[in-house]
Ligand binder design. Sequence first.
Ligand code: PLP
Length: 224
Amino acid sequence: MFMISRSNLADLNGKLESRGARLVAVSKTQPPAAILPLYEAGLRLFGENRVQELLEKQSALPQDVEWHLIGHLQRNKVRSIAPFVAMIHSVDSERLLEEVHRQADKIGRTIPVLLQVHIAQEESKFGWSAAELELWLASGQWKQYPNAQIHGLMGMATFTDNRDQVRMEFRSLRQLFERLNADVFAQADAFCECSMGMSGDWEIAVEEGATLVRIGSLLFGERA
Ligand SMILES: *Cc1c(COP(=O)(O)O)cnc(C)c1O
């Protein structure tokens, strides 16, 4: 089994820290036995993209892991993760935001969320366009859902070898973040996260202002 070496992990973490970014170790498809060594090396933020898998690992692994849901989330699955999920990166509609608020409110908690923005050229069913999101946030509707606390934005760049394109896409997300931070969320201290960058493009993302990078295969090896 491939696993990043301790020294390479320390190196990666050092680079991220010096830039003010945190590592979310994307453990999807990896069994608990593969995740535990990274936990023991000090990592605490882990990301999953499927609810069922997340639930299984949450009960199998130490309780102080901070689980981040990074994949598309159906509304009927929010309830099962609401008690423990540390952050949901993939809130892509008002209806989902409302449901996260509702389930969090029921159990007396506030769940940190990121709004997913569609920045890639590829077609995608998920995520707001920057223009749509700005309009909708300006309407103030999001204030109806305080238990889904908006901590920032998440985006995925186009899957391409064109580094300039990837950079421009990350830059556009960061610029959107800056505009919102200066305007809609000017009074909201919690709005501070830009989740962007994966194994292939995290360095560009960090240069462009990522605060959370979601890295899987670089840590665990290629997924089957
Ligand atoms: C799988 C996944 C990642 C990590 O991908 P790697 O290329 O393995 O680093 C990051 N973000 C999301 C949303 C993912 O689904």
